[in-house]
Design a protein around this ligand. Structure first.
Ligand SMILES: NC(=O)c1ccc[n+]([C@@H]2O[C@H](COP(=O)([O-])OP(=O)(O)OC[C@H]3O[C@@H](n4cnc5c(N)ncnc54)[C@H](O)[C@@H]3O)[C@@H](O)[C@H]2O)c1
Length: 439
């Protein structure tokens, strides 16, 4: 065997003496003319290769879907990073165009078909208004995701939905981006009472500006319809009475309430810019003072203040001379208005409030009649930038949404009182505070 190998190597060496050097390739050994060698020996194989490749790609064309998983997975992993928010806000616009119909079909129900159950995001859904809205959405068959950081909201407000597969609760701050697949977004997340929004004014304005930007970005990303809960505070201390949506307001931009007032005004601006510039379907509600079960006790809002004080047998504190006016809307009326606005065809803004106008002294009187006729009234100096008059002109909502409030202060107040009584005195029999069965 060994001798055989030696013999073979010897034979090879004698037949092909120049095989080791890369400079001395085989074709040089076979032909003195490389071009002639290429034409004669290699070109036919190259041509056959091209022919096979052409045949293969024509017979089995590449499916476009074969690329998508790679592109998608890259895209999704990028989108999953909060820092990439700008990517999906700006990037997807060019590919889908800015036409309303092509961008955003969220929330539309085909005519003639049974109403499709929607996936609805309610930011601030563990708060006072949000939790009543969630009740209504769940009761009509939708799936609801609540996003809330529990600054002023409470788990107890939505506890009765725990265990329902159509309900999800996520502890999250809207100042950070979040990705969710939804058809509609009700954006309520923001502290609403002066005590709470003045507690950390910078956080309040961040919630209104960055939080609203994030939710608008999400609406654009998933093609959802977006509803902003703005406020009558955008009218500031109004020079027009009652306030119609056409009034631009009289707001102090540097006062202690500006974080809320100007924050909401900026949120409205952002909402309209996303609508006009990017084709997002949006709705804007300007909410006037609302009361009802599940309001925060002692949050500085006048109705909750008076009710809690009367129940505790404390004097009712009236700020200033008590002649400033407010209108008070029961929460079920507001929820009805918000849902009509979301489902309707009009962007707004719409005033949603009860035009019944009460001075603070008149309100104190209704509270006395409802809870304790002997309750005393105590006057205190007025707070800074407190508007003197507030009364909504709701003609636009009446005409375009066929909406108007139906619960008077004298009918609504007792429903709130029973909830406050059970929470203040620890009687949990009526602690749920639902408005559904009561009004
Ligand atoms: N209730 C009213 O009279 C009234 C009037 C005008 C406007 N509004 C608007 O309606 C909305 C709801 O008001 P409300 O009375 O239910 O107030 P609320 O304080 O009871 O509810 C606000 C909810 O938002 C949550 N939230 C606050 N900041 C957040 C953040 N950064 N991230 C996530 N969640 C956050 C709170 O925890 C709370 O659950 C607010 O946007 C408010 O400005 C209410």
């Amino acid at each position: 065997m060994t001798s055989e190998l030696i013999q073979r190597s010897q034979t090879t060496q004698t037949q092909q003496p120049i095989v080791d050097s890369p400079k001395n390739c085989n074709f040089l050994g076979k032909s003195r003319n490389p071009i002639g060698y290429m034409l004669r020996e290699r070109i036919p194989f190259v041509l056959i290769g091209i022919a096979i490749a052409t045949f293969f790609f024509n017979t089995f064309p590449q499916s476009p879907s074969s690329h998508i998983p790679i592109a998608d997975s890259v895209l999704h992993s990028e989108l999953a990073l909060p820092t990439r928010r700008v990517l999906y806000e700006e990037g997807s616009g060019s590919s889908i165009g800015y036409g309303r119909s092509s961008v955003n079909m969220g929330g539309k129900v085909p005519l003639g078909l049974k109403r499709k159950s929607l996936r609805v995001l309610v930011t601030g859904g563990a708060g006072f208004v949000g939790s009543h809205l969630v009740d209504r959405l769940i009761s009509r068959g939708d799936s609801v995701i609540v996003v809330d950081n529990f600054f002023t909201g409470r788990k107890e407000n939505v506890l009765h939905h725990f265990g329902n597969p159509r309900f999800e609760l996520i502890r999250h701050d809207v100042v950070e981006p979040i990705l969710l697949e939804v058809d509609q977004i009700y954006h309520l997340a923001c502290p609403a009472s002066p005590v709470h929004y003045k507690f950390n004014p910078v956080k309040t304005i961040k919630t209104n500006v960055v939080g609203t930007l994030n939710m608008l970005g999400l609406a654009k990303r998933v093609g959802a319809r977006f509803l902003l809960t703005s406020t009558s505070e955008v009218y500031g201390d109004p020079l027009q009475h009652p306030q119609a949506e056409t009034y631009w307001g009289n707001v102090n931009p540097i006062g202690v309430r500006s974080c809320y007032d100007e924050g909401k005004r900026t949120a409205e601006t952002l909402t309209m810019d996303y609508h006009r510039g990017l084709g997002i379907e949006v709705r804007i509600a300007r909410i006037f003072n609302t009361y009802g079960p599940r309001m925060c006790i002692d949050d500085g809002r006048v109705v909750s203040n008076f009710v809690a004080q009367a129940l505790r047998k404390e004097p009712l504190t009236v700020y200033g001379d008590g002649k400033q006016t407010r209108s008070f809307q029961y929460v079920s009326d507001l929820v009805e208005g918000l849902m009509r606005l979301m489902e309707g065809e009009h962007v707004g803004p719409f005033n949603l409030g009860n035009p019944g106008e009460f001075t603070m002294l008149e309100l104190a009187q209704v509270v006395q009649e409802t809870i304790d006729p002997n309750a005393k009234i105590e006057f205190r100096p007025n707070t800074e930038d407190d508007p003197h008059k507030r009364k909504p002109d709701i003609s636009k909502a009446k005409e375009l949404l066929s909406w108007e409030p139906s619960v008077s202060l004298r009918n609504g107040l007792p429903l709130m009182v029973s909830d406050f009584r059970s929470r203040i005195f620890g009687d949990q029999r009526d602690g749920g505070g639902s408005t559904l069965s009561k009004v």
